[in-house]
Design a protein around this ligand. Structure first.
Ligand SMILES: Nc1ncnc2c1ncn2[C@@H]1O[C@H](COP(=O)(O)OP(=O)(O)OP(=O)(O)O)[C@@H](O)[C@H]1O
Ligand SMILES: [Mg+2]
Length: 275
């Protein structure tokens, strides 16, 4: 009897996996097809922006021939058009990045394993994320504590993937502390602790933040594709799914996390050293 139940369960699982696999292939196909028209949208909006510049120059050259009212109207229209163009480009770029995320999850480009200085890679992408966050959120600031062990050997990893993983987790950390700082009392200091060390033949990369933390539901669904608590336009909900795939499937490692709601979150990558 028990065996029958197990067989039924396995059948169910198989069905689910088959569905997921065909969904993956389908979405990869669609994502790929959408990329081209999107690139057109972005490129034409950039070209139109250049044309607007030319138009402005022509208007400036003929300033004396235009009545002042018309001139002002023209300036306003050109400014509005320029803003529209930049919105089209910005949102187009965002759509492209979502699509690239989908492609990464559903098909997985094979990157190359290369001997890599992990501390350097981590440092580079932690700061990249920090600067991107500062560019997007006015007044955003955090203290970053870094601790890199000295004896870390060069290790075979896929640098393009591992850097993506660091970036994803650091982006989330920055967002979490920024979000908390919006409502926290004045004495709240956003902080992120980064460390790289070795332990029992593995490299341990830890990213800890004192941001808003995760609810029980978020912890359960963290790795689900498209699960996000961010407002529309800010999160795709693919970051952690991609990150887990990178650490566990591509690097044979382990991704663990811990979080207390309201207090922060810690993410740990454990990657076996391969020389
Ligand atoms: N450090 C963190 N602190 C608090 N919540 C987090 C943290 N990291 C992830 N989360 C929660 O997990 C959710 C899923 O994260 P994930 O990175 O997969 O998607 P996202 O950040 O919402 O979108 P994106 O695809 O752009 O990364 C987030 O929306 C957030 O609620
Ligand atoms: Mg994210």
């Amino acid at each position: 009897m028990e065996q029958m139940e197990q067989i039924e369960q396995l059948k169910e699982q198989l069905k689910k996996q088959e569905k997921l696999a065909s969904l993956g292939i389908l979405s990869a196909g669609i994502a790929h097809e959408i990329q081209n028209p999107l690139n057109f949208v972005i490129n034409f909006s950039k070209m139109s922006d250049k044309l607007l510049k030319d138009l402005e120059e022509i208007v400036a050259d003929n300033e004396d021939k235009l009545p002042e009212d018309d001139r002002e109207d023209l300036d306003d229209i050109v400014a509005d058009l320029r803003e529209n163009m930049s919105k089209i480009a910005e949102h187009g770029e965002r759509a492209i990045s979502i699509i690239q995320g989908i492609l990464l999850v559903s098909r997985g480009k094979d990157g190359e394993f290369l001997p890599t200085d992990i501390c350097r890679l981590v440092k580079e992408y932690v700061w990249l994320s920090y600067h991107a966050m500062r560019a997007n959120h006015k007044g955003f600031n955090i203290t970053i504590h870094e601790q890199y062990a000295e004896n870390i050997p060069m290790t075979m990893v896929i640098p393009q993937d591992l850097s993506r993983a660091v970036l994803n987790v650091m982006n989330n950390a920055c967002y979490a502390v920024w979000k908390k700082s919006q409502t926290a009392p004045d004495n709240y200091h956003p902080e992120v602790d980064i460390s790289v060390e070795t332990k029992e033949g593995a490299i341990i990369i830890t990213l800890k933040d004192n941001g808003e933390g995760m609810s029980e539901e978020t912890k359960e669904r963290l790795f689900d594709n498209f699960y996000t608590t961010k407002p529309i336009g800010q999160g795709t909900g693919l970051g952690m799914a991609i990150t887990r795939d990178i650490i566990e499937n591509r690097h044979n490692g382990k991704l663990t996390f811990d979080s207390i709601k309201g207090e922060g979150a810690t993410f740990v990558f454990t990657i076996p050293i391969r020389k």
